[in-house]
Design a protein around this ligand. Sequence first.
Ligand SMILES: [Zn+2]
Ligand SMILES: [Zn+2]
Length: 54
Amino acid sequence: MEHYICRGGCEGVSEKPGTCNAEGCPNYQKPLEKCACEDQKHGDTPKESEEKKE
Ligand SMILES: [Zn+2]
Ligand SMILES: [Zn+2]
């Protein structure tokens, strides 16, 4: 499921597009970055086939 994260260090996560709202964060009021990870680790390059459990 896609989500939007701040990579400024505040670890902010939002379900909707937006901007960082953590005052003091280097990315404060900057656009959140789209992420589609499923493990909440927010990897830079999601790998779909890696570590599949079956
Ligand atoms: Zn932030
Ligand atoms: Zn993520």
